[in-house]
Design a protein around this ligand. Structure first.
Ligand code: C2E
Ligand code: MG
Ligand code: MG
Length: 729
């Protein structure tokens, strides 16, 4: 509206002139008397009346402060007054109230009107309801703030809290705000409130919303509940009287599938009921909350992925490391245990990976049970590798033994149910301390070392880490390094030890034994390098290198037309169970054109349940091809004769520990029984490690067919065995 700011009229003439003009304007305009220090309204047009709800002359003689309400900023009011009085232009946003008490954002600017003497007589106040724009502005500001928090990876509850606070602070109406989230039990739980404590909100809610009131995708709107407010005042909180909650409005927050995620409730303090603009505001607000909740869901899912093993649902290494690190940083001390089922790979071979996973799940469940029994949170666990679980417990040293024995009981006394059958599982467990200066990586390394040494024994074995073991491991690593070189440089040679017929003293055959002379380590005993080769997967190469040397020698003798005698080669169980063992073995012997009767297989194995059928299958195939097999070190560990009966072995080698203790009556009886049993099972009995003439005579007398030992011959290089055989001829 363009008005000349200097007009040649008296004050009265001027007023009537301006009134005339603003009556024709669509803008909302009031005329203020500049000369009166109260700045009273002299006139306002129809549009102004519509905007404020004050009709006719209701505001005449009053000033702009008549439009004030609870949320009107007094500082802005003073600024407006001051500017008008100082004849300065005003342009400002302020919350004003309609006559019905409902607020609106008023964009207000002033226009001073001067008279003929150039004195300002009136000020025109032009107003515009900009509530929608202001709310949109506030929403986009809030949205930006929420995005920024989400981007920072902020906690969802903190973000929701931020939303609730901002709404209370900036919303045009005087409100309390609460955000609820559906919890796992299907209840809406208050997670964020603005200025009120959540307990208070819960209680208001119990009174304001009927107990029967449910919620759905549509809003729940309960208006005018002031009668209930009285009950609150009297019964629940004294300070509730100051809350003056008149009505509340709940907007359910739903996801794209229309599933409820939570709700936002606005508790209104003023009398005026909700307007369309309020509803629109809350409708626009809900996507921001949905986003935050969806983000929370995604965050949870990400956490699940980051902290749990996908295949088993068991916490993973990351979970374990994160928690253990916190413990160690918090100066806690305790132990970590790496638990590995001895039968894991057998079970995976037989029943598949899923069953292997199932075994780990059941172990984890037992750990969880144990955690409950122990009634504390001081135990964490996670999947450590494909075949092992790691667990840690905060514990004082004097309690460790008891704890470990109870854990062992929990884990091993009852069978596991796998592939529809009950199985007793043996566990290898390595234990080490953490804390007290031992950091996590070191502690895990030590438990690993302890686990490795526990694997060297049969059955459930729990091994505590010791410095000694550490040194041993170091040595083993060095040996392994040299062993790898040694294999490349042909440092391994076959020695032969004669097997002697105890009745005739004739050489029936030989056993080939691996010897290793390393230029770095010197002579290394098979007792040292065989286990290392087994763990590192190098044993097949060693077995085959020895077998080749034997075959080469036999081939040479054959070509020379000399007599061949059977040679037994040792095959490690690791090699024996290898998928291609039988095929590789047979093709190698064929390459040298040696008849199967001259090569025997010696295998040392505790035929456990899981391997039994596989072992039988391998031995049967060897037998079909004409190869005989012997069971080595019989009597050590688990060697059930009833199993033996079902396996097609042709020879039993009685371990030298029995032979060397035969002067003990009991041991003598055992040896005698084994020999009798072998003969009943039509098996050849071979006594290992005969060192004395007494042992020789005893064994001969109780019907042992064959013997081997230093009493007859020590293992010797092939060329010496060659000479020995030739001399006999
Ligand atoms: P084994 O197969 O039971 O071999 C018999 C062990 O007893 C040999 O030890 C042999 O030297 C030793 N021995 C023979 N007679 C006597 C005696 O009268 N008194 C004493 N005290 N010892 C005697 P060695 O050569 O040290 O081998 C130890 C073990 O290493 C073998 O036990 C076998 O299980 C394994 N081994 C040796 N060579 C190979 C191989 O080429 N492959 C595999 N997989 N294992 C092998
Ligand atoms: Mg042997
Ligand atoms: Mg043996």
């Amino acid at each position: 509206m363009l008005l000349p700011n200097k007009m040649p009229l008296s004050k009265e003439q001027l007023l009537s002139f301006v009134c005339n003009i603003i009556d024709q304007s669509n803008s909302c305009i009031a005329i203020i008397d500049q000369q009166d220090s109260n700045l009273p309204i002299l006139y306002y047009n129809e549009s102004f009346s519509e905007l404020t709800g004050y009709i006719n002359n209701e505001l005449i003689g009053k000033n702009l402060r008549s439009l004030r309400g609870i949320k009107t900023d007094p500082e802005i009011e003073s600024e407006i007054d001051l500017n008008i009085k100082s004849q300065l232009p005003v342009e400002i946003n302020i919350i004003h109230y309609h006559k019905d008490g409902s607020p609106f954002w008023n964009y207000l600017y002033s226009l001073p009107i001067k008279d003929e003497t150039n004195e300002v007589q009136f000020t025109l106040i032009c107003c515009k309801n900009i509530t929608d724009q202001m709310l949109d502005k506030m929403l986009s500001k809030l949205e930006r703030e929420v995005y920024a928090e989400l981007d920072k990876g902020g906690d969802t509850e903190v973000i929701l809290q931020l939303i609730a606070q901002k709404i209370e602070m900036y919303y045009i109406r005087s409100v309390y705000c609460a955000i609820r989230v559906l919890d796992s039990t299907g209840e809406l739980k208050v997670v964020a409130t603005g200025s009120l404590p959540s307990t208070l909100i819960e209680s208001i809610n119990a009174y304001i919303i009927e107990p029967t009131a449910g919620f759905n995708e549509k809003a729940v709107y309960i208006d005018n509940v002031s009668h209930k407010q009285i009950e609150l005042n009297n019964n629940i909180y004294n300070d509730i009287s100051s809350l003056e909650v008149i009505s509340c409005w709940t907007k359910p927050i739903v996801n794209q599938h229309h599933h409820i995620l939570g709700s936002i409730t606005i508790y209104l303090k003023d009398q005026a009921s909700l307007k369309q603009s309020d509803l629109e505001f809350l409708n626009k607000l809900s996507p921001i909350i949905t986003l935050s909740l969806k983000y929370a869901e995604q965050k949870q899912e990400l956490e699940r992925l980051a902290f749990y093993d996908m295949n088993t649902g068991i916490p993973n290494q990351n979970y374990f490391y994160t928690n253990l690190t916190e413990w160690i940083e918090g100066d806690f001390t305790g132990i970590i245990l790496i638990i590995q089922p001895g039968e894991y790979s057998g079970i995976v071979d037989l029943y598949g990976r899923k069953t292997g996973d199932e075994l780990l799940i059941q172990i984890a469940n037992r750990l969880k049970n144990h955690q409950k029994v122990e009634c504390n949170e001081d135990i964490i666990y996670g999947r450590f590798s494909n075949s092992s679980i790691i667990t840690a417990k905060k514990i004082y040293d004097d309690k460790i033994d008891l704890y470990v024995s109870r854990l062992r009981q929990e884990l091993t006394t009852s069978p596991y149910v796998l592939a529809d059958r009950e199985m007793f599982i043996s566990l290898n467990i390595g234990i080490a301390h953490f804390g007290n200066g031992v950091l996590m990586e070191e502690s895990i390394r030590q438990a690993d070392i302890a686990l490795t040494s526990s694997r060297k024994k049969f059955g459930t074995v729990i091994t505590f880490f010791e410095e000694e073991t550490n040194k041993l491991m170091q040595q083993e690593m060095d040996t392994l390094n040299q062993l790898i070189h040694g294999l490349k440089n042909n440092e391994f040679s076959a020695f032969l030890q004669p097997k002697v017929n105890l009745k005739t003293a004739e050489i029936e055959g030989f056993e080939a034994l691996a010897r290793w002379h390393s230029p770095v380590l010197g002579s290394v005993s098979p007792a040292t390098f065989i286990p290392i080769a087994e763990y590192s997967g190098k044993i097949r190469e060693i077995d085959n290198a020895i077998l080749k040397q034997v075959l080469k020698w036999q081939q040479a003798r054959k070509e020379k037309g000399l007599k061949l005698v059977p040679v037994s080669v040792n095959i490690s169980p690791v090699h024996f169970y290898h998928d291609t063992f039988v095929d590789d073995f047979i093709s190698l012997v064929h390459q040298y054109h040696i008849s199967p009767e001259y090569i025997k297989v010696e295998v040392t194995e505790n035929f456990e349940l899981v391997d039994f059928e596989k072992a039988k299958n391998i031995l049967m195939r060897l037998k079909e091809y004409g190869y005989e097999s012997s069971i080595d070190d019989f009597g050590v560990g688990f060697s059930s004769l009833s199993y033996l009966q079902q396996l097609p072995f042709s020879e039993i080698k009685i371990d030298q520990s029995f032979i060397s203790n035969m002067n003990n009556d009991e041991m003598f009886a055992v040896v005698q029984t084994i020999i009798q049993l072998a003969s009943r099972l039509k098996m050849h009995a071979v006594a290992e490690g005969i060192e004395t003439v007494d042992q020789y005579n005893l064994l001969k007398n109780i019907g042992c067919n064959t013997g081997q030992g230093y009493y007859f011959h020590k293992p010797m290089p092939i060329n010496e065995a060659e000479k020995l055989l030739n001399n006999i001829k």
